[in-house]
Design a protein around this ligand. Sequence first.
Ligand code: HAM
Length: 427
Amino acid sequence: MSKPIQAIRGMNDITPQETVFWQYLENALYDLTRRYAYQEIRFPLLDKTELFKRAVGEVTDIVEKEMYTFEDRNGDSLTLRPEGTAPCVRAALEQGLLYNQTQRLWYMGPIFRHERPQKGRYRQFYQFGLEAFGMSGPDIDAEIILFTAELWKTLGLEKHLVLQLNSLGTQEERQAYRDALVAYLTPLENQLDEDSKRRLKKNPLRILDSKNPDMKTLIESAPKLADFLGEQSRQHFETLCKTLDASGVTYVLNPNLVRGLDYYSHAVFEWVSDALGAQATVCAGGRYDVLVELLGGKASPAVGFALGLERVIMLLHELDLFPESLNYHPDVYVVVSAEGTERVMSLVNDWRVALPQLSMLLNCGGGSFKAQFKRADKSGAKLALVLGEEELQQGEVTVKYLRVEKPQEKIALTDLVKFLSDQVSPS
Ligand code: HAM
């Protein structure tokens, strides 16, 4: 036998035991998007490399070292999407969804980043994202944050996540701050760690985001971005905070929250958990008013966020918050004799139509009754329905209870639908 081929590092298979947890989260998200009146948009996994360079920024970790980029057979440089905002804007522009109108969009699917894999950090992971276009006020910022807060409530996570907020102001305000920060840090350059030295030249605001404790005091005494915000930016942010207060959403102001992508302006936020170790950010986003124009559209304000599905699922597992009932098993297992299969197949199909709330597993591939009962037991079904030759001749089904002590009984085929709907409550 040849050696099995293994998956790519940092790219995970999701087993049937796990997909039930994914579906639970996905269903909660579908339900919320409907309740908040957001519409789904789908775009390809691949886009031109230029899109991400222009949108995310040349001097970001994502573009500098994390993209899966390759030349296709035509010699075009393509990239597997390392985030969803840029392709969402590209698609919405191309499809004429942004011209003089508002849009509330969502997407869900795989994202690719060549990062160092560890718990909560993968090379293929899944994001759910919301993007709202054409609205410049803090009301829509508040709406998308409320959406996330509502999601945590639905999942029972509201006590386990902290909302961090900051305002990055306009591009001009940020440029003025950047100059002040560089002026403050340049004389202290020899106290900076290697990462920060590199960032000082290329992307100094990211130094504020440093996780190195040795950099803490230096960062604490640095000039504050909040002092560089103009009146309008300040008001936008204050109104957002007041709206959140009025809705009972609590938050922590974090002046060092700068985000790792270049397109943000004004409000940015992250939901952070202390139960996940190093990869603590579950959901992140903010306003990006210049991106649509940067990607060739008529200027349109925009705001959005994305959450990492793996991290939410990990947190729900960690805190034991998945409902008990999620462990999948069929309600009914149908045991059949080889001779009866043709007739039973059609009978079971009729029952599936009559009882759409039930999950029925019909034994396929033959096997002795003993082997089939073993499978029935392993499947987790509550009932086994036995349709042997004798039963078919008599127009009956033998019902065996697999989870409770109760003698088996015979039910007429004509009464079976009623019997099942009385007996088995859907799981
Ligand atoms: P991001 O902060 O790069 O933002 O990613 C959003 C979320 O994706 C993170 O908070 C985290 O939960 C998850 N995530 C990121 N990298 C990984 C990884 N390697 N493995 C597992 N999960 C990961 C964005 O992508 C922006 N596009 C968000 C946005 C939308 N801003 C405005 N609109």
